[in-house]
Design a protein around this ligand. Sequence first.
Ligand SMILES: *Cc1c(COP(=O)(O)O)cnc(C)c1O
Length: 223
Amino acid sequence: MKDIEKSIQIIREKISKAAAKSGRCEKDVLLIGVTKKVDLDSIKIAYDLGIKDFGENYVQEARKKIESFEKKATWHMIGHIQSNKIKYLPRLFDYIHSVDRWEVLEILDNFEKRMKILFELNIAEEKTKQGAKPDDIRKILERIDTLKNIEPIGLMTMAPYVENPEEIRWVFGRLRELRDELNREFGLNMKELSMGMSNDFEIAIEEGATMVRIGTAIFGERL
Ligand SMILES: *Cc1c(COP(=O)(O)O)cnc(C)c1O
């Protein structure tokens, strides 16, 4: 059993230090607890220790947990979005981090709920990873004004797994530049950068992350 309280305390300290390095403070970085394969009791422990935002990857698993979680949390969809599951998202989630194609937005827009969305980019162009290319996102942004319930708030990426996360610092820097470029090109004000996981969140924060998605470092190894 991993001690969730101790883990969260250590992570918060690291977040503070990394934020200070980029001239920010801890509260400028939202800690999202990634709860795929994590049981409800552990989620409740994290909640009582101050984590109110949780990330889930799979709609079916998320649905069971979200519907039986009695406290008021904010749920983030961070996993690959299957076309036949899009219609379930608005009822379960407030934020969708993993938007990678127009179809997702078009279907989400049909629900009477304003959805905060982030575009997932495959910055390192890894074949095994999801995520769009910058020009795919440009094509979406060209016509996003036609949607009424979609609020684009930022970009998300998953960096390649490496022993030494210094090697992937550039991925996070590139996502930040891209956010700024897209804001300029399309007159937007997207603020969020969802980047950084257990292995690399400190470097992601130094490069400007506003949301970090952390599973293993809080809840222990997933089985
Ligand atoms: C599983 C997952 C995470 C958390 O990964 P850890 O290494 O356990 O912190 C973050 N983001 C996404 C998209 C994930 O699928």
